[in-house]
Design a protein around this ligand. Structure first.
Ligand code: ATP
Length: 233
């Protein structure tokens, strides 16, 4: 079964066509890259996946579950790391992660929460209030939050935009481990080099359309010096 199946999805915001008939499939266990310049439609696609907005037409399935008609099942199989840092400022890191677990109906998962925090170098901030964390630390919590329910499919929306080298390395080490353990990873990024290092396949979007989708090495060969590189700028 596919981890993610997107079929002929259209989405408009007024006169603007944010997604104009996008279709692709991500297989279970893949590390998949979604690339494209500002406004390509990557975040719009993720908000449809997460059930935060609805497509005008077309379907999105997570592990076979339709994100509209089977929202709870689809959402419980999906971990989303959004771009925005939105938290309750008065909760500690541990409380934030327990709250998120509660959202998925999970009561006792402190061992897993401890393991996530250790892997993201957050352990010594466990009892710190969210408002007292730096931007980079908050970003780590955002990633941790997406993992509390051990989702088989993990989507990261530009998780390394504006973060330092150390956090990038910590993040990719942990995410790569989760991928080796069988989790499907879908990463949106502007950085071709980052996608090249991590992803086995890459889809390229521009202005709501899919421009190309291929194995990373094949795509990189085709891109060199061609107009596809320009579209990523
Ligand atoms: P970026 O790399 O900058 O994050 P993106 O590929 O994620 O870009 P989207 O954020 O999906 O692109 O935006 C696609 C288009 O839809 C853009 O033109 C954007 O302005 C528009 N858009 C996105 N959300 C809304 C909204 N809520 N209302 C109106 N227009 C929107």
């Amino acid at each position: 079964m596919a981890a993610l199946q997107i079929t002929d999805v259209h989405k408009r915001y007024g006169a603007l066509q944010a997604l104009g008939g996008v279709s692709f499939t991500v297989e279970e266990g893949e590390f998949f890259g979604l690339l494209g310049p500002n406004g390509a439609g990557k975040t719009t696609l993720i908000s449809l996946l997460a059930g935060l907005s609805r497509a005008d037409s077309g379907t999105v399935r997570v592990q076979g579950y339709d994100v509209v008609n089977q929202y709870r099942e689809a959402r419980s199989h999906l971990g989303v790391v959004p771009q925005e840092l939105v938290f309750d400022p008065f909760f500690t890191v541990r409380e934030t992660l327990r709250m998120q677990s509660g959202y998925f109906g999970i009561r006792r998962n402190d061992d897993w929460i401890d393991e996530i925090m250790a892997n993201l170098d957050l352990t010594n901030k466990a009892d710190t209030n969210m408002r007292a964390l730096s931007g980079g630390m908050k970003r780590r919590v955002l990633v941790a939050q997406a993992l509390v329910h051990k989702p088989p499919v993990i989507v990261l929306d530009e998780p390394t935009a504006g973060v330092d080298v150390e956090l990038r390395q910590t993040l990719w080490k942990f995410i790569s481990r989760l991928n080796r353990e069988g989790h499907t990873i879908i990463l949106t990024t502007h950085y071709l080099e980052e996608a090249q290092a991590l992803c086995s396949r890459i889809a390229m979007m521009k202005l709501g359309k899919l421009l190309a989708l291929d194995k990373t090495s094949d795509l990189i060969n085709r891109i060199s010096g061609s107009q596809l590189r320009v579209t990523l700028a």
